[in-house]
Design a binder for this molecule. Sequence first.
Ligand code: IMP
Length: 420
Amino acid sequence: MATIAIVGLQWGDEGKGKVTDYFSEHVDCVVRYQGGNNAGHTVVIGDKKYKFHLIPSGAIRGKKVVIGNGVVVNPKILLEEIDMLKSNGIDVDLMISDRAHVIMPYHIKMDGIEEERLGKKKIGTTKRGIGPCYSDKIARMGVRIGDIIDEKKLKKRLDNLFQIKKPIFETYGIKINKDEIIKEYILYGKKISPYVGDTIYYLNSIIDEKNVLFEGAQGFLLDIDYGTYPYVTSSNPVVGGISTGAGISPKKIDKIVGVLKAYSTRVGMGAMPTEDKGKIGEYLAKKGNEFGTTTGRRRRCGWLDMVAAKYAAMVNGIDKIAITKLDVLDGLEKVKVCTGYEYDGKFYDRFPSSPDILERVKPIYEEFDGWDGVAGKKKYEDLPIKARNYIDFISEKLNAGIAMVSTGAKREDTIIIQSD
Ligand code: IMP
């Protein structure tokens, strides 16, 4: 039996939903270990588009799905997704950790206010309350799923918390009605309670006997530790996040697949060395339909950044690569790839930790001849040779084999190269 981790190697939106959907066919259980409803996975089956923010997309294949302790949960959104699946004839087999933290109404308000106050320096968050919820978790002032399924416990918890938080709410100008929150969240808790369990014991009881997939949300460059801090999310999308966010030993991860979009995109603020504010950026956004699943914002676009990808591949220790959206590059005369940075007369082949340097670096590009005819291809041999050169280049630079290439949005527009 085997475990597989799917992690994004860029700034999220790499197309992990489709990759996860493919690999989840062969597993028994799909697990989320970090993030919250800031994520957006789209899976297209036939004419139907399924959008997930919280529940692992393996649910549409009828798999057991688990929301681990490292996830922050907006219970309202969770219940809406359960209902969405039900209305599509899918009775979700879900287990959610009693240790997962709960996004409270004040977290969402604080996220909005903090962004507003930062003005031009804002992070460009999804305003889903992710940062404030994780802040409370680390400050030991959080509310957990285990608290909202027990009215007495929730009342006691909020009474305690509000003693500390009252002045903070006043400073923020947030009006909070504690009794209303309790009423609302106890109702959510009642509805959620059949799904709540100790996911840590559950996952460890099946990990040696079943096939389990860990589905990362966001991407490595948004990781709170490794990403472009402070323009990052508040969790650990890195593969190591599986250990802390799902309670699984690193020894138990058999295969790590890094998902890499054939070009770069980023939503929100922060450095993006290959961002193209001209024609190419516009072309990629339009052709790649680069608008957020969660917020609808247009993504910033540019050429593939191999400095960033190599950094991501190194820290995640990837075994295989899934290249997505290769079809979007169809029809271009030239395709460029950034293989180094230059700043202040210095050459960088490493991803700088300083946001100031990263803001200022100039990408150094290698140029490839363009191609046409990738869209919809189902076999590697049918790909244009120039597109194959591009794939081989990525594989060589990242020192990992290619597991799959996505050639369109639909499930069947996929080339499987090394499925083992
Ligand atoms: P937050 O996660 O809402 O706090 O937002 C922090 C940063 O992460 C912002 O730049 C967001 O645009 C970005 N972000 C959060 N979730 C995603 C995602 O699923 N895809 C891409 N960017 C994301």
